[in-house]
Ligand binder design. Structure first.
Ligand SMILES: [Zn+2]
Length: 360
């Protein structure tokens, strides 16, 4: 039995109609934007330059640290902007172009095949639903949702979780994709293993990544230096990816609703569920909006994942207005700092020992 949502109401029709109206009146295309192709070229150039500087040019610890930091930032930018839109079909109307852009994730060590299941299917359909959304499952070390078991260790999670995010990338590059391939499972959900062309892409992606991360550097540098730089870069990348993706859903203001235990039906319709479980942040920061690929506009992204992220700043007031008129709670943190503080407080709240029952 699968989790289902309440029937769609006029809210969903209205928000879709208003956004369609925006594209009709402005004459803009929802995807295939020249600005997006330009942004892609700039990010890939940044990535390539950082890599060349790190592997072939940098000498001395400070040059290596600066080049590795630049590489981690560029890799995160590829994730936030290029592969994310590509995988959602928000990049281009062409499936081939979308698939090529999604493959950028394989180049930085992930698997675009398993991402589609983990992110597009499980996370986007069921955000913040324990047991269905794999993004809130970090194993026994963290308690991110009220329905998850509470362990003593969790009382410190608001301190250590930030560092744990740093390990996500290493786990994902070296363990998770291979485990998912062998087991045919993402989290608790069975997913088909990649076949034919998808399997070839999976293998090619791994060969490219392992060559870039280990093989080529090992031809020029001692093994311990390669390992230290790999660990440091992946750690920085993991913190960036982990924190940014958590800020939209794992905060005090987001809901963590559960389906009815016998029917597995959610009380809200799908579109309202997306808004209630998601929080925007720093919408007025031009730098963050540019760098995060619209991940600070996650309400708009969750309602319209097929639309290129470059449109989200213009869609946000429309979505917010429709929410206000339908009484759907729309929330946004004014800054990155406010969102970080809210994530911290949510981790602390979830890790707090259960209150003793009131004496009778
Ligand atoms: Zn997404």
């Amino acid at each position: 039995m699968h989790i289902t949502f309440e029937r769609a109401t006029a809210f969903q029709q209205e928000v879709k109609a208003r956004v369609a109206d925006y594209f009709a009146t402005t004459g803009l295309r929802p995807r295939d934007l020249p600005r997006m192709y330009l942004k892609t070229a700039a990010i890939f150039a940044w990535f390539a330059l950082s890599y060349v500087l790190l592997v072939f040019v940098a000498r001395g610890w400070w040059q290596v640290t600066a080049a590795a930091a630049s590489l981690a930032l560029a890799m995160a930018a590829i994730g936030f902007n290029i592969q994310h839109d590509g995988a959602h079909g928000g990049y281009s109307a062409s499936k081939l172009v979308g698939r090529v852009m999604a493959f950028a994730l394989d180049v930085i060590g992930g698997s675009s095949y398993f991402w589609r299941w983990k992110h597009n299917v499980l996370h986007h359909t069921y955000p913040n639903i324990e047991g269905a959304d794999d993004d809130i499952n970090v194993g026994a070390l963290g308690r991110l949702a009220p329905q998850q078991p509470r362990y003593r260790l969790h009382r410190f999670q608001h301190v250590y979780m930030w560092l744990l995010y740093g390990l996500i990338t290493v786990k994902w590059q070296l363990v998770d994709d291979f485990k998912e391939l062998i087991e045919g499972r993402v989290g608790t959900r069975d997913v088909p293993r990649p076949k034919d062309g998808e399997l070839v892409l999976f293998v090619v992606g791994k060969v490219v990544f392992f060559s870039l991360a280990f093989l080529i550097p090992l031809l020029l540098h001692p093994w311990w230096a390669v390992l230290v730089v790999y660990a440091g870069t992946s750690f920085g990348l993991g913190i960036l990816l982990g924190v940014v993706f958590q800020l939209a859903h794992c905060v005090e203001e987001a809901d963590f609703p559960a389906p009815s235990s016998d029917t597995l039906r959610m009380a809200a319709e799908w579109a309202v569920h997306q808004v209630h479980t998601t929080v925007d942040f720093a919408r007025h920061s031009r730098l963050l909006t540019l760098y995060l690929g619209g991940l600070n506009y996650q309400i708009e992204h969750h309602l319209f994942p097929h639309i290129c992220h470059l449109h989200y700043p213009k869609l946000a007031p429309i979505v917010e207005d429709v929410c206000r008129r339908f009484g759907v709670r729309y929330q946004a943190h004014p800054s990155l700092r406010a969102a970080l503080a809210s994530h911290y407080r949510w981790l602390r709240e979830m890790g707090r020992p259960a209150a003793d029952p009131e004496p009778a």
